[in-house]
Design a protein around this ligand. Structure first.
Ligand code: PEP
Length: 279
């Protein structure tokens, strides 16, 4: 696959910096993210209203992933607000361009100001039958387009009950990262049983699972694993955010329902801003 010069240089710089700082990353703070996944919610007016209310924070990387038709106006609202907020897509196609009705390419996402893209969300795995191989192709395309992939992994309730969580997660991680030799991605642990159910994982369980995920990343990429942000997702909200932020391997949250209200989302952002100041 051909790569644009711009994305080639971006990836090269990331890889070189990642390698040279590999040893230092052990002492450096990992980047903390609070990312909103709006799913198929909000219209133009509601989006404008959200940006009038949101405060955000300079201590945390805040990213909004609106539905595709709102990406461009959201970019304008972010600029107008002057706030340090990033923009992300909720999905990307694996191909550069072509006859793929209803799909969105990586360059279309960057064209409207996106820097991130969610890949492999459990809803897409469930409703659009995305498997690890497709997730991997999308991760490759995202990197090639200069986007930071936010790769979602997580076990179902049945898999959890059958004590298969570690097996499922390691398979998803290894599958998603096949032939990927950069550490330029974010991983989101989203237990399927916790998404949209109000049944969030306890901070202790999430920490334990994140530590396991990092151990798999260490096996795959050595020291670079220390610099990878691993986010928790699944009914994260304004009441439990502070508990997650206190955990050493929870580097932020991917938030669905609770990200739709600007005030609630601000409380979550502040929980992680404080967590970062205290660490
Ligand atoms: C999500 O779908 O990414 C998510 C975390 O949703 P919720 O916060 O609503 O559980």
């Amino acid at each position: 696959m051909e790569q644009s010069i711009e994305s080639y240089i971006k990836n090269l710089v990331r890889d070189v910096i990642g390698q040279n700082l590999g040893g230092l990353e052990l002492q450096c703070d990992r980047q903390t993210y609070v990312i909103a996944n709006w799913k198929m919610n909000k219209d133009l007016n509601e989006t404008a209203e959200f940006f009038q209310k949101i405060n955000s924070s300079h201590d945390v990387s805040v990213v909004i992933c609106p539905p595709t038709q709102l990406l461009y106006p959201t970019q304008l609202f972010i600029k107008q607000s002057g706030k340090p907020i990033g923009l992300g897509g909720q999905n990307v196609h694996w191909a550069d361009k072509g006859a793929y009705t209803g799909e969105t390419s990586g360059s279309m996402l960057t064209d409207v100001g996106s820097e991130y893209v969610i890949i492999g969300h459990s809803e897409r795995r469930q409703y659009s039958f995305e498997d690890d191989e497709l997730v991997n192709k999308k991760v490759q395309q995202a990197l090639k387009s200069g986007l930071t992939p936010i790769i979602c992994i997580g076990e179902t309730l049945g898999q959890k009950s059958a004590m298969q969580t570690e097996q499922v997660l390691s398979k998803q991680i290894i599958g998603a990262l096949k032939d990927i030799d950069t550490a330029h991605f974010i991983l989101a642990y989203e237990p399927v049983w916790a998404i949209g159910t109000g049944q969030s994982a306890t901070a202790e369980l999430a920490q334990e699972t994140h530590a396991y995920i990092r151990s798999i990343l260490r096996q795959l990429m050595g020291q670079k694993a220390e610099g990878i942000s691993i986010l928790y997702g699944g009914s994260a909200n304004e009441r439990n955010a502070a508990e997650y932020s206190a955990m050493p391997d929870i580097d932020g949250v991917l938030v669905g329902g609770a990200s739709l209200n600007a005030h609630v989302f601000d409380v979550i952002i502040n929980a992680f801003a404080k967590g970062e100041q205290n660490s």
